[in-house]
Design a protein. Structure first.
Length: 512
């Protein structure tokens, strides 16, 4: 489709220039029209095996979809998607299978009569390395996201969009990014609504509490000093070398869960994030907000920590649950670890089945990594809301992976294929029930983008989704069997109370 061409961002620390399309002159800004049919390279990052670097420094590009097959419209709602990937990897087009990109926004645009935008932002060392001071304050990836949102606000009218009706949505690190963007004072007046899928700013992996320590580790890997000359040396170093040095240790166990290895993430810089996230929800008081998780979001992490949970013929020792309880509770000391174990095994009985043991592990990781922080964010948004509405969901459509256990629910990122309508656009391998789920999610998401109410808009929905009220904490359970029983309340209240109140009351362990 034709797109107008102008400079998109100014990269804050690297002093790079990137454009959303190539122009015939040498100026960094330009005007004109380009037939944009191909995705550009994602930002420089590690490959999946963390053995090499892919992508480019010239990466800050937008992808825009408008509804097809309709008369030209104006004033359309705009949905801007922020991808996940642990702040380490990802791109605005998503994974590619047979030239079918996961984050292709056409199905959402056509069915919801909205404009869909995706974009790239810097990840890994180039996006989130911080020296912990003004030399390299960090959060460059968040600034990229902010710049993209600002660009959309300035230019989307040229595509038929309404700059005053922008919804940002994202998954995992993208969901946390959505939360960071609505909490930051830098986005005042730019965002009308937001959706966080499986990630919020309160997640234990979302904020780097020791940025200097990790920056020094990278500096040592690339041969730079760790004193006041560190940042200048890192800036002189080949970006590929710096990117490779920012790899993640994927060796994990119950005693050393993988979630604690995710170190390259946003920081409290005193600028984009002027304070702790939980103190900033007043900035989102007039923003409508949806947040939710998948019912087994923690499964992929639990698989890395305790692989035996997926072995149908093998058992998982109870000792693994005990070790995981202690490891996830380490910030509050060994007594907290014992209490965590007791909280999750209180209903086991004397001889828990292997299925119960394995599901307990997945539940514990889901709660700690995703569900409890998301519920806490919903409480805070609802408590601070003025005109903004708050909605909560649980996604529970079972995973389609045939190698997973029969008790498996929705794993991390399983929701994305439905939000982007893959069962509708590429039906091979899907069943009618999957197409139903895709229709439900697109309807709720695009209605919300249009009106701030997921029930009201151009698309019909299977059941009315109530607001997350302070009294009932209502939510909907999204799957292929939606009816009046899909409306529920008090999602895992006992465990949410444990982590947010009982666990939090243990004294914090002082770091050496």
């Amino acid at each position: 489709m034709p797109v107008s061409c102008e400079s998109m961002f100014r990269c804050f620390q690297a002093q790079l220039r990137s454009k959303i399309c190539e122009c015939t002159d040498s100026d960094s800004t330009c005007t004109g029209v380009l037939k944009a049919t191909d995705y550009r390279k994602r930002c420089m990052q590690l490959n999946l095996l963390a053995t090499d670097v892919v992508g480019s420094e010239d990466c800050l590009y937008l992808n825009i979809w408008i509804p097809q097959g309709r008369s030209v419209s104006t004033g359309l709602p705009v949905m801007v998607f922020i991808y996940g990937g642990g702040f380490l990897l990802g791109g605005g087009q998503g994974a590619n299978f047979l030239n079918n990109y996961l984050y292709d926004g056409q199905e959402i645009a056509d069915r919801g009569n909205v404009i869909v935008v995706t974009f790239n932002y810097r990840v890994g060392s180039l996006g989130f390395l911080s020296s912990g001071d003004a030399d390299a304050p960090g959060n460059y990836g968040l600034w990229d996201q902010h710049a993209a949102i600002s660009w959309v606000h300035r230019n989307i009218r040229n595509f038929g969009g309404n700059p005053d009706n922008i919804t940002i949505f994202g998954e995992s690190a993208g969901g946390a990014s959505v939360n960071f963007q609505i909490l930051s004072p830098k986005n005042k007046g730019l965002i009308r609504r937001a959706i966080s899928q499986s990630g919020v700013a309160l997640c234990p992996w979302a904020v780097n509490r020791n940025p200097r320590q990790y920056a020094e580790e990278i500096a040592r890997k690339v041969g730079c000093p760790t004193d006041s000359a560190m940042v200048a040396c890192l800036r002189r170093t080949d970006p590929k070398t710096v990117t490779l040095a920012g790899n993640v240790n994927f060796s994990a166990s119950a005693s050393h869960p993988i979630v604690h290895n995710l170190a390259l993430s946003p920081v409290i810089d005193g600028d984009f994030l002027p304070d702790e996230p939980e103190t900033l929800f007043g900035n989102a008081a007039d923003i409508d907000y949806i947040a939710g998780v998948n019912d087994m979001d923690g499964h992929i992490f639990a698989t890395l920590d305790i692989p035996s949970i997926n072995n149908a013929l093998g058992s998982t020792p109870v000792e693994e649950v005990r070790a995981l309880s202690v490891a996830l509770s380490k910030s509050r000391g060994p007594d907290a670890g014992i209490t965590t174990y007791e909280e999750y095994t209180v209903n086991w009985g004397s001889k828990p089945s292997d299925k119960v043991v394995k599901k307990t592990i997945v539940d514990m990781e889901t709660d700690y990594i995703f569900l409890v922080p998301t519920q806490a964010a919903l409480y805070l948004h609802s408590d601070h809301a003025k005109s903004g509405r708050t909605y909560s969901y649980l996604f529970s459509e079972p995973s389609r992976m045939p190698v997973f256990p029969v008790w498996m629910g929705a794993d991390h990122a399983d929701d994305l294929q439905y939000v982007f309508g893959k069962p509708l656009s590429t039906p091979l391998g899907y069943f009618p029930r999957h197409r139903d789920v895709a229709r439900y999610m697109i309807s709720y998401w695009t209605n919300f983008a249009q009106t701030g109410d997921p029930n009201k808009g151009e698309s019909s929905v299977p059941v009315t989704w109530p607001e997350f009220a302070s009294s009932g904490h209502q939510y909907i359970d999204i799957n292929n069997k939606m009816n009046r029983d899909s409306v529920k309340q008090m999602l895992r209240t006992r465990l949410v109370y444990y982590w947010t109140t009982v666990f939090a009351s243990f004294p914090a362990v002082q770091k050496s």
